[in-house]
Ligand binder design. Sequence first.
Ligand code: SF4
Ligand code: SF4
Length: 281
Amino acid sequence: MTKYPVNKIILFSSVDGPGNRTVIFLQGCNFDCKYCHNPETRRLCIGCGTCVTKCPAGALQRSEENGGQVVFLPEKCVSCDTCIHICPHDASPRIRPMTAAEAFEAVKRQMPYIRGVTVSGGECTLYPDFLRELFALCKEVSLSTFIDSNGTYDFASDPELMAVTDGVMLDIKAFSGEDHLTVTACDNRQVLKNALFLAEEGKLFEVRTVIVPGLYDTEQTVLETGKLLKDYCGQVRYKIIAYRPMGVRESYSHYPVPEQALLEDYAERLREMGWRDIVII
Ligand code: SF4
Ligand code: SF4
């Protein structure tokens, strides 16, 4: 059975989709967002060993049998996060390789307390086989299934995944192609296509935009996204997220935090278009 890189599992979350949910974070992302708040989720460990000697608890070891791969000993870890802060490759040595069935076992233990499962990242759609398999198991026990995505996966091409997915939380990081390249180093045509496709399918639960003044045209992004999805604004939530420098890579931590008044103004203008479910965080 294929094992997938699980960065962490949060047993209970009330901010990752409807109700109380278990959230599985997969490692690896195809974007390079300047304001990424979890840069340690971007890449897979290349086994350079830099973090091994810096771990104060002896929770990291090199495995000679496994070509020098770094082995994580969770029972020794004191969760100081030194390893992820010093990793020069935007990786983490604390990844747990898990099959979808193993991840489902972790979810199943929370069943009396959760409404469903959300898979996030990194970018979890880099592993569509994991999503299909995990969600099919969740459906057997009537757990709802949500995906947190940057929107680069072609959801329309995967009816099998859509059949077992209840909803998607989609990032619209910038509306213009040029701005999107500036923010993420990737094109956004598929993202906008997905926004419409998922809305038409009734599976777009939420769109989110991180407001970073000075990095891209935030006003255009919120208002044009609002217009693009206007026909569905009664069923989709718009989450406006204020940029905050916590966790951001040093070289990108200089952007200003937006004023609350600016966020309120964007929300008001969305309301004028007919949007009702708007959250500012
Ligand atoms: S987690 Fe980072 S620092 Fe540690 S071995 Fe892997 S690539 Fe090197
Ligand atoms: S968080 Fe990383 S550096 Fe800190 S104890 Fe755990 S493995 Fe070691």
